[in-house]
Design a protein around this ligand. Sequence first.
Ligand code: DLL
Length: 435
Amino acid sequence: MDERYFQPEIETMGRHDLEALQLRRLKESIGAALRSPFYRTRYGGAGITPDSIRTLDDLRRLPFTTKDDLRGNYPFGLVAVPMDRVVRLHSSSGTTGNPTVICHSRHDLDCWANRVARCLYMVGVRDTDVFQNTSGYGMFTGGLGFQYGAERLGALTVPAAAGNTVRQIKFIRDFGTTVIHAIPSYVFRLYEVMRESGISPQTDTRLRTLVIGAEPHTEAQRRKIEESLGVKAYNSFGMSEMSGPGVAFECPEQDGLHIWEDSYIVEIIDPQTLEPVPDGGIGELVLTTLDREAMPLIRYRTRDLTRILPGECPCGRTHRRIDRIKGRSDDMFIVKGVNIFPMQIEKILMQFRELGTDYLITVDTVGNNDEVMVEVELGDLFTDDYSQLQRLTREITRQLKDEILVTPKVKLVDRGTLPKTDGKAIRVKDLRNNR
Ligand code: DLL
């Protein structure tokens, strides 16, 4: 068995040594960043050099990098190596304006694949496994990111790509798939089609492990996935700007995601004041890359809201854990002075067995008032009994009001009718700005 992907000398490294490694790599990253036109301009005038960073705290003096910086310097303004060293780019699907582009050298792709292999190894994936990837294989990093990581580990990889659920299930059965990577909302679709076809995931497949990520989901959703498929499901976090999947991943304890601190420096800031949030408090995740050469990013504002979990993980890994993503700072909306996060609404919806997993929150001005509408898809236990549906709608409305302090309009809709991009559900539409 190939043990290279468990690296105790790094994964269980003492904090003191880990921070010394981070400081060394941070200086290298700043040195590399200065070779890009963007950071040369931004840092040059301010006298920022690798030597001006003496401690990890010095990082806090540097300005943040944002998605707008990436868009404004599209496509190659942040590239820090000669273009002949760039071997691949990934680009995000922006809805307006320039997309964001991330460039990778061979070294960067190598580090990325090792990180994903490390994550998979941590949850028990081995070279004897059959790993089926249901992510799209294009610009979306869930495709190639997991492909190279699982291959590196030596698993038999099945690049099934997105869609065609009947074919996915045939592959699962014919190839003896033991591990699936999928976005959480797709897992429910997979299960539904299995049930409709009379296939039991427990007895008719060899499925054992699921890797779920790329979109927010609740603990309740994870439990539902584990129970219905009879598997363990591990939360996987990443983003294109930080290469893709493999940034943070749950260990077998399933209590928070270890964020790989030999590759990233983690900060949690208050998105309004931009000041650090004390350990344990929720705020915006800010990341600095430590081993990327083609396009290092320093203090990148991810917009994702989470917190550092206090305490040590019983698994023995010393890299700190982040909590599951609570939402995005730019997804938060304010209605009648109340801050509302989609995850608060999701938490309530997930408690109803009659509901599926997809919902859409629309905020609009009606007359002089802001109104919140929550459309939610019906799930397995669908009923067409009108009075039952009415009772259900009333109960959902009541519970949502208790949670968000605003009375929403709730609409139950048919399965598969709500919009999606790249397979990921759209959660919030704020029409108030479009007027
Ligand atoms: O979603 C990379 C990825 C692929 C991660 C496959 C995990 C698995 P982007 O398309 O750039 O990259 O989207 C990144 O998705 O900033 C989060 O808002 C959200 N996200 C990613 N993972 C999780 C997760 C990929 N586990 C954005 N939980 C991020 C909640 C997640 N949100």
